[in-house]
Design a protein around this ligand. Sequence first.
Ligand SMILES: *[C@@H]1O[C@H](CO)[C@@H](O)[C@H](O)[C@H]1NC(C)=O
Ligand SMILES: *[C@@H]1O[C@H](CO)[C@@H](O)[C@H](O)[C@H]1NC(C)=O
Ligand SMILES: *[C@@H]1O[C@H](CO)[C@@H](O)[C@H](O)[C@H]1NC(C)=O
Ligand SMILES: *[C@@H]1O[C@H](CO)[C@@H](O)[C@H](O)[C@H]1NC(C)=O
Ligand SMILES: *[C@@H]1O[C@H](CO)[C@@H](O)[C@H](O)[C@H]1NC(C)=O
Ligand SMILES: CC(=O)N[C@H]1CO[C@H](CO)[C@@H](O)[C@@H]1O
Length: 357
Amino acid sequence: MSEIVLWLVFILTAFSSVQTAKYVPNWKKQACELPTSRKSHYICTDDGEVKCLPGWTGDLCDVPICRAGCDPMQGYCTQPGQCTCKLGYYGEKCDKCITLPGCQHGYCNTSFECNCKPGWDGIFCSEPICRNDCSGTRGYCDVPGECKCRLGWSGKTCKECQVLPGCVHGYCNKPLECKCLPGYTGILCQIPICSQSCHKERGYCLKPGKCRCKVGWWGNNCEKCYPYPGCEHGFCRRPWECNCEKGWGGMLCNEKLNYCENNPDICQNGSKCISLTREDGNYRCLCREGTFGVNCEKSKFNMTAGKPTFKPTVKTTTVVTTIEYVNFTNEIITSTPSVDNQENETENKTEKTPSKL
Ligand SMILES: *[C@@H]1O[C@H](CO)[C@@H](O)[C@H](O)[C@H]1NC(C)=O
Ligand SMILES: *[C@@H]1O[C@H](CO)[C@@H](O)[C@H](O)[C@H]1NC(C)=O
Ligand SMILES: *[C@@H]1O[C@H](CO)[C@@H](O)[C@H](O)[C@H]1NC(C)=O
Ligand SMILES: *[C@@H]1O[C@H](CO)[C@@H](O)[C@H](O)[C@H]1NC(C)=O
Ligand SMILES: *[C@@H]1O[C@H](CO)[C@@H](O)[C@H](O)[C@H]1NC(C)=O
Ligand SMILES: CC(=O)N[C@H]1CO[C@H](CO)[C@@H](O)[C@@H]1O
């Protein structure tokens, strides 16, 4: 070590001796007159001048030369070639600053700053700045320049009301309304209003003012029904009915009921004859009081006996049918009394009038 120092001293001395003698301040001479301490970073030339060792600077060579590029304000060093950063800075050259903790869309010029980038706002630059005409209360944004609407509002700047979600043919005057355009109704204005005279149950429509018929119905206002296919002399009140006109019978009302006309004397004892379909037995006689039998040919009173006694014919003969004649074409309600009924009736000694005749 001392050899190197001596060698250096020799070189420096040789070098300085080339220079012409110049002024050397007193304190420097004093520095060289003092015994050299271990901590000093210089050597003295022959002419008593202070020469700093490499890596040191300053009048007394007590300032270390930091790493090249080390920021003079934000970095420092205690040994040559170092670059130690002051609080809030980092990097090889301590030229980078640390932003305020929590700073999101900001940068710093000095440590612990949070200067917002364009479009951001707030202490931590975390709040995006919305489109400038975006409504402050009805709109919001997730990124700068955006304008998203809060529930109930719409439009580029969120200043118009929003219709109720699902509203089909409607509009709004205030948020989440669904006021129907003319011709529509319903909570979502989804139902077209059919033509005024269109039948409420049998008709429907897809467009306002129209009238379509449900299956089985027809006519301008769906007031007419379709009779059963093939129905000839019949009509309907509900779809697929075939109610026969007077004088006609059968499933399709295609059978003329004229048995009584063709057989005028079939019903006896002044009873009324009603023509029926072949299936129903062609005819039926409506007996006058006191007579019975298919053709009303029998007398209920035994003439030989002195007083008339009622004999319950039901139990002995075939079923006696009491026919109620109902006004309606071929609809004849035939009530066949049950045995129980008959028994109860027999208990009552007064005879029941069998028919309306
Ligand atoms: C930060 O430094 C840049 C560049 O020198 C400068 O343009 C900017 O205005 C500075 N910002 C602040 C908030 O001082
Ligand atoms: C009528 O009376 C006679 C004699 O009393 C009797 O023989 C006959 O069976 C009775 N007929 C009927 C249908 O009741
Ligand atoms: C037959 O029907 C008509 C009209 O419905 C009614 O005026 C008349 O009284 C009815 N006749 C009988 C016997 O029910
Ligand atoms: C017949 O009469 C009995 C007793 O009077 C009664 O309980 C029963 O319900 C009657 N039957 C009919 C069909 O009316
Ligand atoms: C018999 O019928 C008549 C009229 O239908 C009624 O007034 C009477 O109470 C009945 N008698 C009996 C025993 O059921
Ligand atoms: C009550 C009555 O008139 N009975 C008659 C019904 O008809 C038969 C046969 O035509 C006569 O024998 C009955 O006397």
